[in-house]
Design a protein around this ligand. Structure first.
Ligand code: KG4
Ligand code: ZN
Length: 358
């Protein structure tokens, strides 16, 4: 990514107002139009969940092919919802990583090519930066600096955020991501894919105290997570108790409670460590009601402000990419003409925007 002009005018000194955002990193095709003066004008999402359900998880090739089918119709739907024409677009932002490489390449190819055709700048957005900034689309956006708990299907991390691009990873998962742990638990309990919402629904009817669950990595210092032990524990409990009435719901509830407690403990540590007063929770698992309630209660107890995106912007969406891309385009970030995507892309390798580092 190059920064040609470090002002709010973007490339060539032209104002960046209307940004098209494109998200295709996994199994959702997300598109949005964000206007830097009027806010979010339109967003559209197509979830591929049904296409992958029979396979019990995302099939990368099926995901890529479906993004090809859905992306341009969604762009057109957003433009007509916002009553804008293609030529009104001032910049294009697309998720360039991390994620499934074939799926990412669809968004990168369409996004980069549209920008070329419209003669406007394009910017590659880091998917987790999109998640991290998603609460800024809400009426009362969090103020920098803050700590972000990013919990999705591919990542679990705690990040100290001083501004857009000013990211220090404080801790991350050593094995499974939080969403992955939910998805595997769901599979085990026969709840199908995607697992997070299904486990959460079943957990509502369960007793979290019936079976004992560990709170992984909380008995030692540090901010890393580990969920694979919890997964094995859940598997062993299920093997032993599957025939008992109500076992599935009680195991789901015990598992969810263990994940929530673990995250509350780690967030408290991260807040103490950084001295931050605001906690941002984002990513698909951020849609989990028990986690939101648990962190809200901790916020009240310890005096933090806790900020979330609305539920539909916790999981993957185009709005968060349009917003993050708009911040970068306004600071003059542009991509060259090459169509590039990155399956792996460390969050703290991003270039901070001016003023982002404390
Ligand atoms: O952020 P996201 O949409 O995609 C990735 O970037 O990975 O997160 C998807 C993950 C999945 O693992 C899904 O099971 C989990 O978020 N998830 C949930 C809930 N809704 C989605 N996990 C727990 N409770 C939920 N309500
Ligand atoms: Zn995501």
């Amino acid at each position: 990514m190059d920064y040609n002009a470090r002002d709010s005018a973007g490339q060539n000194g032209l104002a960046i107002v209307l940004v098209l955002g494109i998200e295709t990193s996994c199994d959702e095709t997300g598109v949005a139009l964000f206007d830097s003066e009027q806010g979010l004008l339109a967003h559209a999402l197509y979830s591929q969940v049904e296409l992958h359900a029979d396979y019990g998880g995302v099939v990368p090739e099926i995901a890529s092919r479906d993004h090809v089918r859905k992306l341009l119709p969604l762009v057109n739907a957003c433009l007509s919802e916002a009553s804008r024409r293609r030529e009104d677009i001032d910049g294009v932002a697309y998720t360039a990583g991390p994620g499934l490489i074939g799926a990412l390449l669809v968004g990168a190819a369409v996004g980069r090519s549209l920008a070329l055709a419209l003669d406007c700048p394009a910017v590659a957005v880091h998917h987790m930066e999109g998640h991290l900034l998603a609460p800024m689309l809400e009426p009362e956006p969090p103020e920098f600096p803050f700590v972000a708990l990013l919990v999705s299907g591919g990542h679990s991390m705690l990040v100290e955020v001083t501004g857009v691009g000013g990211y220090t990873v404080l801790g991350e998962t050593l094995d499974d991501a939080a969403g992955e742990a939910f998805d595997k638990t769901a599979k085990l309990l026969g709840l199908g894919y995607p697992g997070g919402p299904a486990v959460a629904r079943l957990a509502q009817q369960g007793d979290p105290q019936r079976y004992a669950f560990p709170r992984p990595m909380t008995d030692r210092p540090g901010l890393d997570f580990s969920f694979s032990g919890l997964k094995t524990h859940t598997l062993n409990l299920w093997r032993t108790h599957a025939e008992e009435p109500g076992a599935a719901a009680d195991i789901a509830a015990g598992f969810e409670c263990a994940v929530v407690d673990t995250m509350v403990i780690k967030c408290r540590r991260a807040m103490q460590h950084t001295g931050a007063r605001t906690l941002v929770v984002a990513g698909g698992v951020g849609a989990n009601r028990a986690l939101r309630d648990g962190l809200r209660a901790a916020g009240r107890k310890y005096g933090w402000k806790v900020s979330y995106p609305r539920l539909e912007f916790c999981t993957d969406n185009g709005a968060m990419i349009a917003f993050a891309g708009c911040q970068r385009l306004q600071a003059g970030a542009t991509e060259g003409l090459a169509i590039e995507a990155r399956a792996r892309w460390p969050l703290d390798s991003l270039e901070p925007l001016p003023g982002a580092m404390a």
